[in-house]
Write a protein of this length. Structure first.
Lengths: 351, 351
DNA sequence: AGGTACTGTGGGAGCGCTCCCATCAGTGAT
DNA sequence: ATCACTGATGGGAGCGCTCCCACAGTACCT
């Protein structure tokens, strides 16, 4: 006996069916118009669009997701505590690029932090429920289980940077090798003869590549590479200080330092100052990341800039491609799915 | 002729039906167990849970959303460009509180920026599609159309701060009045006799209340309020400088200043310095927000602290209540739905 | 013994959409 | 005039869940 009128549970919102009735067409046709199918005559399309406008029709996402098995949403997963996310400009730049590129589409972006174990647990559950069509993974460490979980669940994903030379996931990286090389080349061209390198954490592939670039830069200049000139730090200021002290101890006649990050360069600067050395007169200093630190340092720090915002855009492009190409599972090779964007040396007063 | 086997479009994920078959019960029973209904015997529940575990069953959110007309997601809407979001600790603190409180539930948080017109357009579309069960609105200006859109769409929402004394939406605010009063009380107790106030933008209700508190603080001390001691700024550093200059011009014998924000206090400090006045010896200075600026200022700035993280938690509590109480539409009054959390004076060397 | 009131359970009827097959009218070739 | 296509359209059959009614079983009354 129950009368199921137009005003159902969904709060009186119009449905596809109602739009179809209004436009005097079938359900399928309205669906085609909504989804931009070309197989609709112009007259029909116009009629449907008018009905949509009159009724203020908005598609029900849940119904669409259920029927089409897609969510029109992707997640930006940050496997870090929220604090780091806000502290580092890297993330905000990345987010800007991602947001810009995504605003061209109908896709929705979710921001998910997975710093704590508890949060990672929730994330796993979330992914298992397939609540997103794809995932953007930033700042992943070499031993993170997340990428494997993703491929196991067959969720398209793109990673920023790469975990190793054999990265299997689609990825967008910047040219750490070229960046390292450019830094050294610059120092050589300024007549520096003994150039040290404060390396980053060696379990980060990008840091390894910077070292490789440093080596090659020296070789290009016809110099021998003395491994004792390479001191590992850990990307922190304190690490930079320690590494710098050690380097100075080994080579009192050092006249240039290439640090694997601006933060380490800041630590190095302190040690150089304390030892009475002037920058750049006695020792030239170069950092990496071109962060705010670099611009505000005294003297302003020469640094290697990564096009982070552009990397964000590229990641979205790749991911959308992956999602669209879902049908011929793993058809294309990896070649076109791993991008490396150029890094650029920004010269300032420290070198 | 088509055979619709167990492995359907959804990528072979088990369904409720399959779990039911496995556990030897009906569909309804499994649903009850999944949703924690008490109307299930212990034995049956155990059997179902075992089946869920064996099959690795995860509910299909889209189907649930469609059938139950809810999304289990809420949005934190920031009507500001992303840049400001990252720049101000207010948001990151808020996000931390919100995230913490939400992690106790099954709800998913979406972060949505609506700084540009284009983004606002998208947001409106998003809300019209009812893709979230509720909305948290932070940093809303008096004339923002968003709150009205929300109530028109009948989407539960909670606002941080309030737009005016007659705020109609559920809200969580801090006690700006009490904070202003406490600041003045403190200055009076330190023997300051001529106390100025650098007010914030007067279209922000909280700024008005700080002024009210300032006034009452003086009255409490039995002093007369001279309106020329109150100079409006605009919450910026430059505004703080201008207001401070004006104030100093009017009252060269000023011996205390209460600024409506730490940033304005920073501007004021510069002007005070330039005029040769020492802080706190000649002039005491108090800010508002207790931000990083306050702690790092020279001398460290006395400031009024708002419990932002706690406000975030409270907003979630309120919102979840609103969502749960959807049935008796607008039943409860507003009394219990507008919280005011205490502000606290953090005394440092500047006063 | 017959009622009354639970509790626990099964399963039909949707939710609003997409997918896809059937249908129909039009077009050009035979 | 007939046949084979093609493009445009209608609508059935799900997608996987929740809601709710119906029904069996048990317990407690009169």
């Amino acid at each position: 006996m129950a009368v199921h009128g137009a005003r159902s549970r969904s709060g009186g919102r119009p449905t596809l069916e109602e739009v179809a009735a209004r436009a005097g067409v079938g359900r399928g046709t309205v669906s085609r118009v909504i989804n931009g199918s070309p197989r609709v005559s112009d007259a029909t399309r116009a009629a449907v669009e008018a009905a949509v406008a009159e009724l203020g029709y908005v598609p029900n996402t849940a119904a669409r997701a259920l029927a089409a098995n897609r969510t029109d949403a992707i997640a930006l997963v940050v496997p870090e505590p929220e604090t780091r996310f806000f502290a580092e400009p890297y993330f905000s730049d990345m987010l800007r690029g991602v947001g810009a590129e995504l605003s061209e589409t109908e896709m929705q972006l979710l921001l998910i932090f997975a710093g704590s174990d508890r949060e990672r647990q929730r994330l796993a559950q979330y992914l298992a429920a397939h609540r997103v069509d794809g995932v953007l993974l930033v700042s992943v460490h070499a031993d993170d289980p997340l990428p494997d979980l993703l491929s196991q669940l067959e969720i398209p994903a793109v990673i920023s940077g790469r975990r190793s030379a054999e990265e299997t996931l689609p990825s967008v990286d910047s040219d750490n090798y070229g960046g390292g090389r450019a830094a050294v080349e610059h120092l050589v061209s300024r007549g520096r003869s003994r150039i040290g390198h404060l390396a980053g954490r060696m379990d980060v592939y990008g840091a390894q590549r910077r070292v490789d670039g440093y080596r090659q830069g020296l070789r290009d200049a016809g110099r021998e590479v003395d491994d004792r000139l390479i001191v590992p730090g850990d990307f922190t200021e304190e690490g930079g200080r320690r590494a710098m002290s050690l380097l100075l101890e080994r080579f009192p006649d050092l006249d240039a330092v290439f640090a694997g990050s601006d933060v380490m360069a800041a630590g190095a600067r302190q040690v150089l100052r304390e030892s009475g050395r002037r920058i750049p007169d006695d020792v030239a200093l170069i950092g990496y990341d071109d962060s705010a630190i670099a611009r505000h340092m005294d003297p302003p720090l020469t640094s290697v800039r990564q096009p982070i915002e552009e990397m964000g855009r590229a990641m979205i492009d790749l991911l959308l491609g992956e999602i669209a190409d879902r049908r011929p599972a793993a058809s294309r090779g990896l070649e076109k799915r791993q991008l490396v964007l150029p890094a650029e040396l920004v010269v300032r007063a420290s070198s």
